[in-house]
Design a protein. Sequence first.
Length: 274
Amino acid sequence: MPTRSAIRVYGMLLVGLVLTASPALAQFKPRPISDPATGERFHIEGSAGFWSPSATMSISSESLGIGGTTIDLKKDLGLKDKRFGELHAVLKAARKHKFRFQYIPITYTQQAIVARDIVFNGQLYRVGFPVNSSLEWKAYRFGYEYDFIVRDRGFGGFILDFKYTDVHASLRSPVNSEFANRRAPIPTLGGIVRVYVVPMVSITGELTGIKIPDSISEDFRTHYVDLDIYGTVNFTSNIGAQLGYRSFDVGYLVDQDTGSFKLKGLYLGVVARY
């Protein structure tokens, strides 16, 4: 049996170990474990879909000092609403940094009997003449997104975009044919917010835009407002489906040429991630 002196030594050692371990245990704090929502675990995201917007569009084009008529593409040229394909891509370079790309080719072609005299690009299209017309709008978007708030169930950030707009309009009748073309990179600023209502379902809102007022220049002004609200159901980390509402509101004055393009409507798409 151990002697009394040995028992005292063991007891002092035990007390020392307890006193030494207690501060260490008090200082230990488990690190929080990050658990991103299903749709946020990716490096590259691509999506494709179909957009079915209603269109309100008008253009005018001057040439040789002859002012152009403001032409309503629906009332004057018979434009009909239609569906367009669209492509999107996102590269997540880091947790808070993303690079974005979007491409929506918008094309209308139609034929109508002109119900009034109209002047386009210096040429007169008389009432009663058949006119074939087309409008091609290639809408590109190159952007950078910085998410200053990032949580497992959502984020908020700002967006810097360059929207490259390429618009080509043409009118053809039995006696004349003319076209007008406008290309311009348009920088825009805005923001994005995403919230996961449940771990596999998110709601996202984006708004970007710019306006150059009349006070800057009498010969040039423009505005561009891009609104996008959509919900995403993520079946897995790699694939999901989207339903959303998008609105474009674009207008310009360049010299004596003007354009006003408003498109808004629902879209449906699929999204894949890696």
